[in-house]
Design a protein around this ligand. Structure first.
Ligand SMILES: C[S@@+](CC[C@H](N)C(=O)[O-])C[C@H]1O[C@@H](n2cnc3c(N)ncnc32)[C@H](O)[C@@H]1O
Length: 379
């Protein structure tokens, strides 16, 4: 092992500290922040771009702050869920915006827009309304960063009050033999949200998707309300990746009479069906399959507006959109992953669309994630 002292000059694309070795190599270091002067360790086999390990801080960055979670860390068995908790929130937001700007520039899609500051989360602790926990039958926890090692926790400060209460109630019911992992698995999972009750928690059963930060979800719903209220209510609309109808409900409330809501997940479709939002038709469809756009176009041939809120993978199948939806005037793309968003945006631009607006919003403080609300119109 070799060590060297350097100052972290930036954050990498994945949110790790970037340091330059005196010999010209570049290293990425977990648990560091720009401005940290520190000693780092590398192995003899380290390559030109590689990970290094923080040995000790010499002078901490002025943007560092106290980490208030005892479980957070980078070693196997420690929780990797809040890697940016070491930094002051203002600095986190600065680097979230920088990640987005960089991703858009790399794909050359940013020339038509100015990226505003990231809209902060009203709560930086106690904001999460849902989590996926792991359990080995006697403990609850998460998984360590970059590994599949179980990381037991006895508390989690980012859960909102209700969820945290449920977590502690659940913890007091352990150990449970029937929750021990089976079939070679190291843990079972539990989808928990602040609308669950102890009796309703089911092992290894996914609950429908839900935006994880309720306050910021209200902001997103308001954004959609504002955008769609500028459109005529007779416009045929597609709400793609609609989940259990979080945004569909807003469109329906605005009086849109012809909304096609598309989703694949069973429990989300059940909830959507039960909601019976006026003006909504449901199309169960797996968007990774061939020919999906032809199917959508058959159900909504004159679509004028598309609302798109895909999972991290983004809009993997896009070609049919350009081929089949000739009447489309506007696309509202809500994204939770800037790489796939930038990739899709670049493709939209290639097919005659232009990016009108991007609004970054923070749903997950203490992580590198950025949610993007965007508008595309025909060029
Ligand atoms: C980011 S969530 C958005 C849900 C909804 N708009 C909301 O705000 O709650 C993405 C949704 O896409 C759905 N989804 C994931 N993969 C899909 C696929 N291949 N085809 C259709 N829907 C999919 C998920 O089940 C999830 O409900």
């Amino acid at each position: 092992m070799l060590t060297f002292v350097a100052t972290v000059r930036d954050l990498s694309h994945k949110g790790l500290g970037v340091v330059d070795h005196p010999d010209g190599r570049t290293f990425f270091v977990r648990g560091t922040w720009p401005g940290d002067e520190a000693e780092f360790e590398i192995s003899l086999a380290s390559r030109k771009y590689d990970e290094a390990r923080l040995v000790r801080l010499v002078v901490p960055s002025k943007d560092r702050t106290e980490v208030i979670c005892a479980h957070r860390g980078y070693l196997p068995g420690q929780c990797g869920g809040c890697p940016w908790m070491l930094a002051d929130y203002h600095s986190q937001l600065h680097f979230k915006r920088k990640r987005l700007v960089h991703a858009l520039e790399k794909r050359r899609v940013s020339s038509s827009v100015t990226v505003p500051n990231v809209m902060p989360s009203p709560k930086v602790l106690g904001y999460r309304n849902r989590v996926q926990l792991k359990t080995d039958g006697s403990r609850l926890g998460y998984v360590s960063e970059g590994s599949s090692v179980f990381a037991p926790v006895d508390d989690c400060v980012i859960m909102n009050e209700t969820l945290r209460g449920l977590f502690h109630d659940l913890r007091s019911t352990l150990p449970r033999d029937d929750w021990s992992p089976t079939g070679g698995h190291r843990w079972s999972f539990l989808d928990l949200d602040d609308e669950s009750t102890l009796e309703k928690i089911v092992l290894n059963k996914r609950r429908p998707f839900r935006q994880g930060n309720s306050e910021q979800n209200d902001v997103m719903r308001r954004w959609i309300r504002e955008k769609f209220s500028a459109l005529p209510a007779h416009f045929p609309v597609i709400d793609l990746f609609c989940g259990s109808g979080n945004f569909t409900e807003v469109l329906s409330e605005l009086g849109f009479t012809n909304i096609l809501a598309v989703e694949v997940q069973g429990t989300a479709l059940e909830a959507l069906t039960q909601a019976r939002f006026p003006g909504v038709r449901i199309l169960p469809l797996d968007m990774t399959k061939k020919g999906v756009w032809a199917t959508i176009a058959r159900s909504q041939p004159h679509a004028k507006a598309l609302l798109l809120d895909p999972p991290r993978e983004g809009l993997e199948k896009r070609r049919g959109l350009f081929k089949y939806l000739d009447n489309l005037e506007v696309i509202y793309y809500i994204s939770c992953e800037i790489d796939t968003f930038s990739r899709d945006a670049a493709d939209f631009l290639k097919h005659g669309w232009q990016l009108q607006e991007v609004t970054p919003i923070d749903l997950f403080p203490h992580t590198p994630h950025v949610e993007v609300l965007s508008v595309f119109t025909r060029r």
